[in-house]
Ligand binder design. Structure first.
Ligand code: GLA
Length: 413
C-alpha cells in the first residue's frame, strides 16, 4: 500500500551517524519532527483565520553532535554529498545548496535571535515524509533542526518560538511568504488530538480526534509542484489587496461581528459571511471577491468542524471537508486536475465520509476520512480512477496522529 521505498529505522540513525562521522567526545542526539495534515482551514492562516491541523506519524529525523571546532557539516541519508560550512560565516540562499538552505536558514535566524553557538556541529538527516508533497516536509526539517540545535546548544527556545523561527526562515531565507500553521503544529502537536489554532493570536486548543471506526487516508498526487511557491505568494498578495480595498471603503456593517466598520478589520477572517455579503459591492474585481469569499467561509467551516468533532458528528465533518475542497477549487483556485480527481473519486466512495485537498495545493496531497473496514477497497478504487484520468499512480497511506517535535534518543557516543 505504501509506495515510499526508503523508510528509515530511527533507532539505526545514531549508529549510522557514528559510521559516517566516527566517534566523538559529545553525545549524538536524535530528534523526530512530524509531518502534518490540515483537517480543515486552508489558506487562512495568513488571513488571521482559525486552522485545524494534526501532526501525523511520518517523521523527519535529525541526529546532531557538537564539534570542538567551528565547522558545521550536513548529510542526508536520501541525498548524496556533504555540505560543509563554518558556524561563524554569514549564509545566504544558494540554489546549489539544496536542502542545506533550510538548515543554513535556521542557523541564520537563530543567530539573529541572539543564540550564540559555542562551536560547530555535525548533522545527519533522514526522513520518510514525501518531499514537496503538501504535508510539510520542509517545516518538519526547519522545526526539527531548530529544536535539535536549541536542545544540543542549550538555547532553551520555547515551542512557540521554534515555530516562529521556522516561519521567519521560510520568509527571509527561502522567500516563501507562508503562514504559521505548519511550523506551529509541528512544534506543539499532541498525539490523539487536532489543534484548533487561532492564527491571529496563536491561542490554541487541543481537540480529541475521536474518529469512531474511521481514519484519515493521505492521497499524494505525486505531481511535481514547480509553481507552488510563486502561486502561493500570488494568493497571499491577492488577499492583501482585498483587505486594503475593504479597509479603504470604510463600510458601516449592520450585522453582528467582531468589527462594525470595514476600516477596522485587521484581516479578512475578521469578517463573518453575512458581513461580507453586506460589503461585497466594493469589489470590482470578481477574482479578488472570490478569494475573500473563500477565506471568510473557510474560517466559518473550521469553527463548525471543531464543533462537529467535539459532538462526534463525523458526517457533518465530512460535509464540511467536501465544501472546503469546492471552495478551494472554485473560489481560491489552488486545486488543479490531480487534486480534484482524487477528491472527486474519494467522495463517491461508499466508505468515504469526506475528502479534500490539504496544505498549499497545486498538487501535493489530499486527505480522506474513510471507514476502517473499507480502506483497502477505497484505495483500490480511487487509484483506478486516478490512473485512468491522470495517467500515472497516486500514492496512499493511512496515518495516525503524533506528538510535536521531540528528542527520541540521547547520550550515544
Ligand atoms: C502551506 C503554508 C501554510 C498554509 C498552507 C495553506 O502549507 O506553509 O502556512 O498557508 O499552505 O493552508
Amino acid at each position: 500500500m505504501d509506495t515510499l521505498s526508503n523508510l528509515i529505522a530511527p533507532e539505526k540513525l545514531s549508529d549510522e551517524f557514528n559510521k559516517i562521522y566516527g566517534s566523538g567526545k559529545d553525545a549524538v542526539r536524535v530528534f523526530a519532527s512530524p509531518a502534518r495534515i490540515n483537517i480543515i482551514g486552508e489558506h487562512i492562516d495568513y488571513n488571521g483565520g482559525k486552522v485545524f491541523p494534526a501532526a501525523i506519524d511520518r517523521f523527519l529525523y535529525a541526529a546532531v553532535r557538537k564539534r570542538d571546532d567551528s565547522r558545521i557539516t550536513y548529510r542526508d541519508l536520501k541525498f548524496p554529498g556533504v555540505y560543509d560550512f563554518d558556524i561563524r560565516g554569514e549564509f545566504a540562499y544558494k540554489k546549489e545548496n539544496g536542502y542545506a538552505n533550510y538548515l543554513n536558514g535556521i542557523v541564520t535566524i537563530l543567530k539573529r535571535r541572539g543564540c550564540v553557538f559555542s562551536g560547530g556541529f555535525d548533522a545527519l538527516i533522514a526522513s520518510d515524509i514525501p518531499p514537496a508533497g503538501g504535508i510539510s516536509s520542509s517545516s518538519a526539517l526547519e522545526c526539527g533542526f531548530a529544536y535539535a540545535l536549541s536542545e544540543v546548544f542549550g538555547f532553551g527556545i520555547s515551542r512557540k518560538d521554534i515555530a516562529l523561527a521556522g516561519q521567519q526562515s521560510e520568509h527571509e531565507f527561502m522567500n516563501v511568504n507562508c503562514g504559521i500553521m505548519d511550523q506551529f503544529i509541528i512544534a506543539t502537536a499532541k498525539k490523539d488530538t487536532a489543534e484548533l489554532l487561532d492564527c491571529a493570536t496563536l491561542d490554541h486548543e487541543y481537540v480529541p480526534l475521536a474518529l469512531d471506526g474511521c481514519r484519515f487516508v493521505v492521497m499524494n498526487t505525486q505531481k511535481k509542484r514547480r509553481l507552488a511557491d510563486s502561486k502561493y505568494n500570488e494568493r497571499r498578495a491577492e488577499c492583501e489587496k482585498a483587505l486594503a480595498i475593504l479597509q479603504a471603503a470604510k463600510i458601516q456593517l449592520t450585522s453582528a461581528g467582531r468589527y462594525t466598520n470595514t476600516k477596522d478589520i485587521p484581516d479578512l477572517c475578521a469578517l463573518t459571511p453575512t458581513q461580507l455579503d453586506e460589503c461585497k459591492n466594493v469589489f470590482s474585481d470578481e477574482t479578488i471577491f472570490r478569494r475573500t469569499r473563500h477565506c471568510v467561509t473557510e474560517n466559518e467551516r473550521v469553527a463548525k468542524a471543531a464543533c462537529a468533532l467535539k459532538e462526534g458528528n463525523l458526517s457533518a465533518l465530512g460535509t464540511l471537508l467536501k465544501e472546503s475542497h469546492a471552495s478551494l477549487k472554485e473560489d481560491y483556485e489552488v486545486t488543479g486536475i490531480e487534486l480534484d480527481t482524487l477528491a472527486d473519486a474519494a467522495n463517491t466512495e461508499r466508505s468515504c465520509i469526506g475528502a479534500r485537498m490539504t496544505g498549499a495545493g497545486f498538487g501535493g496531497c489530499a486527505i480522506a476520512l474513510v471507514k476502517n473496514d473499507g480502506t483497502e477497497e477505497f484505495i483500490d478504487n480511487v487509484q483506478r480512477a486516478y490512473v485512468k484520468a491522470i495517467g500515472y499512480e497516486a500514492a496512499f497511506f493511512t496515518c495516525s496522529t503524533a506528538d510535536g517535535v521531540r528528542e527520541i534518543e540521547t547520550a550515544r557516543r
